[in-house]
Design a binder for this molecule. Sequence first.
Ligand code: ATP
Ligand code: MG
Length: 424
Amino acid sequence: MDDLTIDLPTGVRHALGTLTGAGHEAALVGGCVRDLVRGLQPGDWDLTTSAPPEAVAALFPDTTWTNIFGTVTVRLEDDPMEVEVTTYRSESGYTDGRRPDQVTWGTDVAEDLQRRDFTINAMAWVADDLAAGRGHLVDPYGGRQDLAAGLLRAVGDPDRRFTEDALRLLRGARFATTLGLRIEPATEAAMNRLAPTVARLSGERIRDELFRLLAWDGPTAPAFEQMERFGILGEILPELAALRGVEQGKLLGGDALDHSLRAADALPANDPLLRLTGLLHDVGKAPTASGGHFIGHEVVGAQLVEHRLEALALPRADITRATHLVRHHMILYGPEWTDAAVRRFIGRVGPGQPMADLFALRRADTAASAGPEARDAAAAELEARVAALQGSAVLTVGELAVNGSDLMRELNLAPGPEVGRLLD
Ligand code: ATP
Ligand code: MG
């Protein structure tokens, strides 16, 4: 018996006890069991149960039925947290390579573990003495042993599992990196072979998976490099993959793809959209490369990023935030800039969040070019001047962030006294 004693939050203990007290089976499953086996405290807790969703919903006062696959989100009163409770099930069909044609409720936990992607995710914890947190693992595929050996292995036949759901290819690259695992050879061979099938995934699922990777507080570059080796990267982010071999004379060396991966990792994981922007900020370089220059790459790049993020179904506000930053990431500041020029810069970028984002992106760009210790004196000076001016009022027309040409362009005006009147 594979015993494991754990420190259960009150709410989770309550949820398990409510289900078993009503005569159902209930177990912890998935990522939380993986974390517990590694000796970590899980961030979220998933339960699996023999109770059908209606019965789960009836047992708890505050629930939401999240999807048709029998997942019920339970909010707990005695502990301010949510747990997801999923009914045992088995899946079959998968003719479209992304979702099962048929889902049937299962009768035991082992059957439920069979549908899961990797051995390390296919373990369940069943309580023997709930109050004491004592219990045992149900681990039919040797997930505990694989974790100890540092191996990522598909449950069952890898070719079949990746063919069922191509998202598992992306999840595999993420888990290998975030958990520091080697991919077991048969699993790796299947990932290589089936890489092109990620093209069938919906933009939404790719987006969610990318954000999970980018929200991980550690270097994501190895995951993207692995996706590149498998041939996955060119399917999900072709503009980024196209930066391989685009040479640029940066201090740290490498090509534009190496630079992009470093830029993303120099940005904070708690802002995954900003990290994604860092990853994509130079995608305009492949199409504009000419004689060691990339003239207009920020304009071309902003268009490419807009199309990619639309394909990935990002919310419009996020697309706007990212493309705006890519569009303005080339800061051509020099000390000769007048205050009026700095104000026009503020007018173009926008004060507040966009300005803070732009300088964060710039610092990451510098770190990705010249190393984490590198300092960009010009950007720092501009940032200080922006801060000083943002604190002061506009006193003259010349200090406005807009000038006459801006007004004529934006309002479709012809040159004339009307422009001056508006500026005043
Ligand atoms: P984390 O939440 O840390 O990213 P996790 O393992 O909890 O990792 P979730 O996406 O929360 O991942 O899914 C919970 C569990 O559901 C997984 O551990 C796995 O057993 C199963 N699972 C999730 N997605 C898939 C999938 N596409 N194919 C097969 N099983 C999956
Ligand atoms: Mg999880």
